[in-house]
Design a binder for this molecule. Structure first.
Ligand code: HEC
Length: 240
């Protein structure tokens, strides 16, 4: 009986929670996987600011080097922790049990994050951290209330406060930059676009190859069509 009740609760509550998260207005981000420079900048941000807690354990450093045109030397110098090899998977060095005791949850693997959450969500999330003395980390996030992740990019963005949860114009939260970071707000938005672009690439690195394969398949079929036509003519030649 208990199970039935639990099941019913789950079924009836799920649409509510989904509706609540869908209602939050997101900022849209322009994703362009052929912008290699943006992907390279995103990769650099990811390795320097995210990999200490999150893994991208379905991806190898070498593949990033090959896809984004980064030489092995540059890869080692800029994107890899000392001791890692180009063939290694991108795993965080933080042990899961430490993370659990520090944050209360293990930071999730980010290889597929942009597919699960969608690019606009990630882009908005990374720009929605604000100071909150009531939260254990000192930070909160208007898109992900009481998030366990601290704002690791505050050095770049600066510290912002939440002025209003939803403005009257577009329903989006309003922030006030209390102390600027090393980037201007425009530069920070651009950097977050690069990082989101990189996370989209991480989620589906074959996307670009797929377009190319499509073209080859069409070409192959066209050649096959000509050959089959000639073959047909050859077979029927004597029968007419
Ligand atoms: C200090 C550790 C730490 C660092 C560094 C960190 N995160 Fe997190 N992150 C977390 C934790 C912990 C969570 C889980 C939050 C929760 O469930 O409340 C999280 C959650 C997330 C989520 C939400 C995942 C989901 O779908 O629920 C995303 C996206 C994310 N982080 C992206 C990033 C990015 C991008 C960076 C680099 C700029 C980064 N994080 C750096 C600790 C970290």
């Amino acid at each position: 009986m208990k199970r039935v009740i639990a099941f019913l609760l789950l079924v009836t509550s799920a649409p509510w929670s989904m509706a609540a998260s869908e209602k939050l207005p997101l900022d849209s981000v322009y994703i362009n996987l052929s912008d290699t420079a943006s992907l390279q900048r995103g990769a650099r941000l990811f390795v320097n600011y995210c990999l200490s807690c999150h893994s991208a354990a379905y991806m190898r450093y070498r593949r990033i080097g090959e896809d984004l045109g980064i030489s092995e030397d540059l890869l080692k110098e800029n994107l890899m922790f000392a001791g890692d090899k180009p063939g290694d998977l991108m795993k965080t060095t933080m042990p899961a049990d430490y993370a659990k005791s520090w944050f209360g949850v293990v930071p999730p693997d980010l290889t597929l994050a942009a597919r699960v959450r969608k690019p606009d969500w990630i882009y908005t999330y990374l720009r929605s951290f604000y100071l909150d003395e009531k939260s254990p980390s000192g930070w909160n996030n208007s898109l992900f209330q009481n998030v366990a992740m601290p704002h690791v990019l505050y050095g770049l963005q600066g510290n912002q406060r939440l002025v209003s949860k939803s403005s009257e114009e577009d329903g989006k939260p309003v922030f006030m930059l209390e102390q600027p970071g090393s980037m201007t707000p425009e530069e920070y938005d651009e950097a977050m676009r690069d990082l989101t672009n990189f996370l989209v690439y991480l989620g589906e690195p074959v996307k670009l190859d797929r377009y190319l394969i499509g073209v080859f398949v069409i070409l192959f079929l066209a050649v096959l069509l000509v050959l089959s036509y000639l073959l047909k003519k050859e077979y029927w030649k004597e029968l007419h």
